[in-house]
Design a binder for this molecule. Sequence first.
Ligand code: XIL
Length: 318
Amino acid sequence: LQALAGRIRPGFRLGAAVALGPLASDPDYGRVLVGNFGAITPENAMKAQNISPQQGVYTFGEADAILAVAESKGLAVHGHTIAFTEAMPRWMQDLPAGTDAERRSSATALLDYVSAVVTHFKGRLDSLDVVNEPFDTDQGTGLQENIWYRVFGPGYPAAVSRAVYDADPDVKQYINENGADVPGPRQDALLRLALDTNARGGHIYGVGLQAHVYNLETDAIPARDLARTLRTFQDAGLLVRISENDVVDDDGTEAQAQQYAAVVETCLRSSACVSYTTWGVDNRYDWLIDDDGSLQQGHDYLFENGQPTAPYHAVRKV
Ligand code: XIL
Protein backbone atom coordinates (compact mmCIF):
# COMPACT_ATOMS: atom_id res chain seq x y z
CA LEU A 1 0.00 0.00 0.00
CA GLN A 2 2.77 2.46 0.88
CA ALA A 3 4.32 2.06 -2.59
CA LEU A 4 0.97 2.75 -4.28
CA ALA A 5 0.41 5.86 -2.18
CA GLY A 6 3.95 7.05 -2.91
CA ARG A 7 3.25 6.80 -6.61
CA ILE A 8 0.14 9.00 -6.33
CA ARG A 9 1.83 11.48 -3.96
CA PRO A 10 5.62 11.21 -3.81
CA GLY A 11 6.77 11.36 -0.19
CA PHE A 12 3.29 10.69 1.20
CA ARG A 13 3.25 8.20 4.06
CA LEU A 14 0.53 5.80 5.06
CA GLY A 15 0.63 5.07 8.75
CA ALA A 16 -0.79 2.67 11.31
CA ALA A 17 -1.15 2.75 15.07
CA VAL A 18 1.20 0.20 16.59
CA ALA A 19 1.46 -1.66 19.89
CA LEU A 20 4.59 -3.37 21.18
CA GLY A 21 2.84 -6.60 22.19
CA PRO A 22 2.02 -7.91 18.71
CA LEU A 23 5.08 -6.21 17.21
CA ALA A 24 7.32 -8.25 19.49
CA SER A 25 5.38 -11.51 19.37
CA ASP A 26 3.61 -11.89 16.02
CA PRO A 27 5.73 -12.14 12.86
CA ASP A 28 2.64 -11.60 10.65
CA TYR A 29 2.01 -8.26 12.32
CA GLY A 30 5.52 -6.97 11.65
CA ARG A 31 5.49 -8.29 8.08
CA VAL A 32 2.17 -6.62 7.29
CA LEU A 33 3.26 -3.38 8.96
CA VAL A 34 6.59 -3.06 7.20
CA GLY A 35 5.19 -4.30 3.88
CA ASN A 36 2.35 -1.79 3.72
CA PHE A 37 3.06 1.27 5.82
CA GLY A 38 5.61 4.04 5.89
CA ALA A 39 4.81 5.53 9.28
CA ILE A 40 3.59 4.56 12.72
CA THR A 41 1.89 6.13 15.71
CA PRO A 42 2.58 4.37 19.02
CA GLU A 43 -0.96 3.50 20.08
CA ASN A 44 -0.51 3.87 23.85
CA ALA A 45 3.21 3.72 24.62
CA MET A 46 3.82 7.48 24.76
CA LYS A 47 0.76 8.42 26.80
CA ALA A 48 1.53 10.10 30.12
CA GLN A 49 -0.03 7.32 32.18
CA ASN A 50 2.39 4.88 30.55
CA ILE A 51 5.59 6.90 30.66
CA SER A 52 5.36 8.71 33.98
CA PRO A 53 3.95 6.57 36.79
CA GLN A 54 5.21 9.04 39.43
CA GLN A 55 6.12 12.69 39.21
CA GLY A 56 9.67 12.94 37.88
CA VAL A 57 9.85 9.19 37.13
CA TYR A 58 9.94 8.10 33.50
CA THR A 59 9.46 4.67 31.95
CA PHE A 60 10.29 5.03 28.28
CA GLY A 61 11.11 1.36 27.61
CA GLU A 62 8.05 0.40 25.64
CA ALA A 63 8.05 3.53 23.50
CA ASP A 64 11.79 3.21 22.89
CA ALA A 65 11.34 -0.41 21.78
CA ILE A 66 8.67 0.62 19.26
CA LEU A 67 10.82 3.49 18.00
CA ALA A 68 13.80 1.16 17.60
CA VAL A 69 11.77 -1.08 15.28
CA ALA A 70 10.46 1.93 13.34
CA GLU A 71 13.96 3.33 12.95
CA SER A 72 15.41 0.02 11.81
CA LYS A 73 12.65 -0.34 9.19
CA GLY A 74 12.66 3.26 7.97
CA LEU A 75 9.19 4.07 9.29
CA ALA A 76 8.45 7.68 10.24
CA VAL A 77 7.07 8.18 13.75
CA HIS A 78 4.19 10.38 14.86
CA GLY A 79 4.21 10.95 18.62
CA HIS A 80 0.98 10.53 20.57
CA THR A 81 0.45 12.41 22.89
CA ILE A 82 1.37 15.10 25.47
CA ALA A 83 -1.78 16.64 27.01
CA PHE A 84 -4.63 14.12 26.94
CA THR A 85 -7.32 14.10 29.65
CA GLU A 86 -8.06 10.42 29.30
CA ALA A 87 -4.53 9.14 29.67
CA MET A 88 -3.01 10.94 32.64
CA PRO A 89 -1.36 9.26 35.61
CA ARG A 90 -2.88 9.87 39.02
CA TRP A 91 -0.16 12.29 40.18
CA MET A 92 -0.81 14.55 37.21
CA GLN A 93 -4.59 14.59 37.62
CA ASP A 94 -4.16 15.36 41.31
CA LEU A 95 -1.80 18.33 41.01
CA PRO A 96 -3.23 21.17 43.11
CA ALA A 97 -4.62 24.21 41.30
CA GLY A 98 -6.65 26.05 43.93
CA THR A 99 -4.39 29.00 44.68
CA ASP A 100 -1.93 31.06 42.65
CA ALA A 101 0.98 29.46 44.47
CA GLU A 102 -0.39 25.98 43.76
CA ARG A 103 -0.93 26.82 40.11
CA ARG A 104 2.64 28.09 39.87
CA SER A 105 4.17 24.95 41.33
CA SER A 106 1.87 22.68 39.30
CA ALA A 107 2.77 24.62 36.14
CA THR A 108 6.41 23.85 36.83
CA ALA A 109 5.61 20.16 37.33
CA LEU A 110 3.65 19.98 34.06
CA LEU A 111 6.24 21.91 32.06
CA ASP A 112 8.99 19.72 33.50
CA TYR A 113 7.02 16.71 32.28
CA VAL A 114 6.69 18.17 28.76
CA SER A 115 10.34 19.07 28.63
CA ALA A 116 11.57 15.67 29.88
CA VAL A 117 9.41 13.73 27.41
CA VAL A 118 10.09 15.87 24.36
CA THR A 119 13.81 16.00 25.12
CA HIS A 120 13.89 12.21 25.46
CA PHE A 121 12.32 11.71 22.00
CA LYS A 122 14.03 14.70 20.35
CA GLY A 123 15.09 14.06 16.76
CA ARG A 124 13.15 10.81 16.49
CA LEU A 125 9.63 12.13 15.91
CA ASP A 126 8.43 13.81 12.73
CA SER A 127 5.33 15.12 14.37
CA LEU A 128 3.53 15.08 17.69
CA ASP A 129 0.03 15.49 19.09
CA VAL A 130 0.69 18.17 21.68
CA VAL A 131 -2.95 18.26 22.70
CA ASN A 132 -5.31 15.33 22.18
CA GLU A 133 -9.10 15.49 22.35
CA PRO A 134 -9.32 18.96 23.91
CA PHE A 135 -13.10 19.27 23.68
CA ASP A 136 -15.90 18.14 25.94
CA THR A 137 -17.86 15.02 24.97
CA ASP A 138 -18.39 13.78 21.45
CA GLN A 139 -20.13 16.87 20.13
CA GLY A 140 -18.85 19.55 22.48
CA THR A 141 -17.03 22.70 21.44
CA GLY A 142 -15.71 23.83 24.84
CA LEU A 143 -12.39 22.80 26.35
CA GLN A 144 -12.39 19.99 28.89
CA GLU A 145 -11.42 21.50 32.22
CA ASN A 146 -8.59 19.07 32.91
CA ILE A 147 -5.50 19.76 34.98
CA TRP A 148 -3.79 21.58 32.10
CA TYR A 149 -6.78 23.90 31.89
CA ARG A 150 -6.99 24.41 35.65
CA VAL A 151 -3.29 25.26 35.89
CA PHE A 152 -2.74 27.36 32.74
CA GLY A 153 -6.28 28.50 31.93
CA PRO A 154 -8.01 28.36 28.54
CA GLY A 155 -4.74 29.19 26.79
CA TYR A 156 -3.14 25.96 28.01
CA PRO A 157 -2.56 24.53 24.51
CA ALA A 158 -0.22 27.46 23.82
CA ALA A 159 1.69 26.81 27.05
CA VAL A 160 2.13 23.16 26.08
CA SER A 161 3.05 24.07 22.51
CA ARG A 162 5.68 26.59 23.57
CA ALA A 163 7.24 24.09 25.98
CA VAL A 164 7.35 21.46 23.23
CA TYR A 165 8.97 23.96 20.89
CA ASP A 166 11.58 24.91 23.48
CA ALA A 167 12.58 21.26 23.82
CA ASP A 168 12.35 20.36 20.11
CA PRO A 169 11.74 23.15 17.59
CA ASP A 170 11.71 20.69 14.68
CA VAL A 171 8.89 18.36 15.65
CA LYS A 172 5.70 19.31 13.80
CA GLN A 173 3.00 20.02 16.33
CA TYR A 174 -0.63 19.02 15.99
CA ILE A 175 -3.86 19.32 17.93
CA ASN A 176 -5.76 16.07 17.43
CA GLU A 177 -9.52 15.66 17.83
CA ASN A 178 -12.39 13.34 16.98
CA GLY A 179 -15.74 14.28 15.49
CA ALA A 180 -14.29 17.23 13.58
CA ASP A 181 -13.93 15.43 10.25
CA VAL A 182 -16.87 17.08 8.53
CA PRO A 183 -17.92 20.75 8.53
CA GLY A 184 -19.85 21.83 11.62
CA PRO A 185 -19.52 23.55 15.00
CA ARG A 186 -16.95 21.14 16.35
CA GLN A 187 -14.73 21.59 13.32
CA ASP A 188 -15.10 25.37 13.60
CA ALA A 189 -14.06 25.11 17.25
CA LEU A 190 -10.98 23.05 16.36
CA LEU A 191 -9.94 25.55 13.72
CA ARG A 192 -10.41 28.43 16.16
CA LEU A 193 -8.46 26.61 18.85
CA ALA A 194 -5.49 25.99 16.54
CA LEU A 195 -5.41 29.61 15.37
CA ASP A 196 -5.94 30.96 18.87
CA THR A 197 -3.10 28.78 20.15
CA ASN A 198 -0.75 30.25 17.57
CA ALA A 199 -1.98 33.76 18.31
CA ARG A 200 -0.87 33.10 21.90
CA GLY A 201 2.62 32.16 20.78
CA GLY A 202 2.05 28.47 20.08
CA HIS A 203 3.64 26.54 17.23
CA ILE A 204 0.76 24.48 15.87
CA TYR A 205 1.47 23.20 12.39
CA GLY A 206 -1.86 21.57 11.77
CA VAL A 207 -4.71 19.49 13.09
CA GLY A 208 -5.21 15.77 13.33
CA LEU A 209 -8.65 14.61 12.29
CA GLN A 210 -9.12 11.24 13.95
CA ALA A 211 -11.78 10.02 11.49
CA HIS A 212 -13.04 7.22 13.71
CA VAL A 213 -16.28 6.08 12.11
CA TYR A 214 -18.13 4.26 14.86
CA ASN A 215 -21.42 4.11 13.02
CA LEU A 216 -21.69 4.19 9.25
CA GLU A 217 -25.31 5.27 9.36
CA THR A 218 -24.89 8.23 11.68
CA ASP A 219 -21.29 9.39 11.33
CA ALA A 220 -20.01 8.42 7.94
CA ILE A 221 -17.48 10.83 6.42
CA PRO A 222 -18.54 11.68 2.87
CA ALA A 223 -15.60 12.36 0.56
CA ARG A 224 -17.06 15.70 -0.46
CA ASP A 225 -17.31 16.88 3.14
CA LEU A 226 -13.80 15.76 3.91
CA ALA A 227 -12.46 17.53 0.82
CA ARG A 228 -14.19 20.73 1.91
CA THR A 229 -12.75 20.29 5.39
CA LEU A 230 -9.23 19.99 4.01
CA ARG A 231 -9.68 23.20 2.03
CA THR A 232 -11.00 25.01 5.11
CA PHE A 233 -7.88 24.23 7.13
CA GLN A 234 -5.60 24.89 4.19
CA ASP A 235 -7.16 28.31 3.64
CA ALA A 236 -6.44 29.06 7.31
CA GLY A 237 -2.77 28.08 6.85
CA LEU A 238 -3.02 24.78 8.72
CA LEU A 239 -2.19 21.29 7.52
CA VAL A 240 -4.25 18.20 8.25
CA ARG A 241 -3.32 14.65 9.14
CA ILE A 242 -5.94 11.95 9.05
CA SER A 243 -4.72 10.51 12.31
CA GLU A 244 -6.79 7.53 13.50
CA ASN A 245 -9.14 6.37 10.76
CA ASP A 246 -11.07 3.17 11.35
CA VAL A 247 -14.54 2.14 10.32
CA VAL A 248 -16.72 0.02 12.56
CA ASP A 249 -19.14 -2.36 10.92
CA ASP A 250 -20.50 -5.62 12.24
CA ASP A 251 -20.89 -7.30 8.92
CA GLY A 252 -17.92 -6.25 6.84
CA THR A 253 -20.08 -4.53 4.25
CA GLU A 254 -19.10 -2.88 1.00
CA ALA A 255 -20.06 0.46 2.59
CA GLN A 256 -17.34 -0.06 5.16
CA ALA A 257 -14.71 -0.84 2.54
CA GLN A 258 -15.81 2.20 0.52
CA GLN A 259 -15.61 4.45 3.57
CA TYR A 260 -11.96 3.53 4.08
CA ALA A 261 -11.23 4.09 0.40
CA ALA A 262 -13.02 7.46 0.39
CA VAL A 263 -10.96 8.78 3.29
CA VAL A 264 -7.63 7.51 1.93
CA GLU A 265 -8.35 8.77 -1.57
CA THR A 266 -9.55 12.22 -0.49
CA CYS A 267 -6.48 12.67 1.65
CA LEU A 268 -4.09 11.43 -1.03
CA ARG A 269 -5.56 13.83 -3.58
CA SER A 270 -5.30 16.96 -1.42
CA SER A 271 -2.05 18.80 -0.81
CA ALA A 272 -3.55 19.99 2.49
CA CYS A 273 -3.57 16.42 3.79
CA VAL A 274 -0.05 15.50 4.82
CA SER A 275 -0.57 11.91 5.92
CA TYR A 276 -3.10 9.18 6.59
CA THR A 277 -3.00 6.82 9.57
CA THR A 278 -5.34 3.97 10.36
CA TRP A 279 -5.86 3.07 14.02
CA GLY A 280 -4.49 -0.45 13.96
CA VAL A 281 -3.07 -3.08 11.68
CA ASP A 282 -4.93 -6.35 12.05
CA ASN A 283 -8.36 -7.38 13.31
CA ARG A 284 -6.66 -9.81 15.65
CA TYR A 285 -5.54 -6.80 17.73
CA ASP A 286 -8.60 -4.62 17.48
CA TRP A 287 -8.59 -1.75 20.00
CA LEU A 288 -12.29 -2.29 20.52
CA ILE A 289 -11.77 -5.83 21.82
CA ASP A 290 -12.40 -5.92 25.58
CA ASP A 291 -9.90 -7.37 28.01
CA ASP A 292 -12.07 -10.48 28.25
CA GLY A 293 -11.64 -11.00 24.51
CA SER A 294 -15.16 -10.00 23.48
CA LEU A 295 -15.63 -7.57 20.63
CA GLN A 296 -17.53 -4.45 21.73
CA GLN A 297 -18.36 -3.53 18.19
CA GLY A 298 -17.70 -5.06 14.80
CA HIS A 299 -14.55 -3.79 13.17
CA ASP A 300 -12.39 -4.38 10.20
CA TYR A 301 -8.86 -3.20 9.70
CA LEU A 302 -6.98 -3.52 6.46
CA PHE A 303 -5.72 -6.97 7.54
CA GLU A 304 -7.01 -9.98 9.39
CA ASN A 305 -4.65 -12.68 10.60
CA GLY A 306 -2.03 -11.27 8.25
CA GLN A 307 -4.29 -11.40 5.18
CA PRO A 308 -5.84 -8.45 3.29
CA THR A 309 -9.48 -7.60 4.06
CA ALA A 310 -12.17 -6.00 1.87
CA PRO A 311 -11.14 -2.50 3.07
CA TYR A 312 -7.57 -3.28 1.97
CA HIS A 313 -8.76 -4.20 -1.52
CA ALA A 314 -10.89 -1.06 -1.71
CA VAL A 315 -7.94 1.11 -0.64
CA ARG A 316 -5.71 -0.54 -3.23
CA LYS A 317 -8.03 0.64 -5.98
CA VAL A 318 -7.89 4.34 -5.10
C1 XIL B 1 -6.99 4.00 22.45
C2 XIL B 1 -6.12 2.76 22.27
O1 XIL B 1 -6.25 2.30 20.94
C3 XIL B 1 -6.55 1.69 23.25
O2 XIL B 1 -5.65 0.59 23.19
C4 XIL B 1 -6.57 2.26 24.67
O3 XIL B 1 -7.08 1.28 25.55
C5 XIL B 1 -7.44 3.51 24.74
O4 XIL B 1 -6.97 4.44 23.79
N1 XIL B 1 -8.54 8.38 20.36
C6 XIL B 1 -7.21 8.51 20.67
C7 XIL B 1 -6.41 7.31 21.02
O5 XIL B 1 -6.65 9.61 20.54
O6 XIL B 1 -5.40 7.59 21.95
C8 XIL B 1 -7.28 6.20 21.53
O7 XIL B 1 -6.47 5.03 21.65
C9 XIL B 1 -8.44 5.95 20.59
C10 XIL B 1 -9.31 7.16 20.48
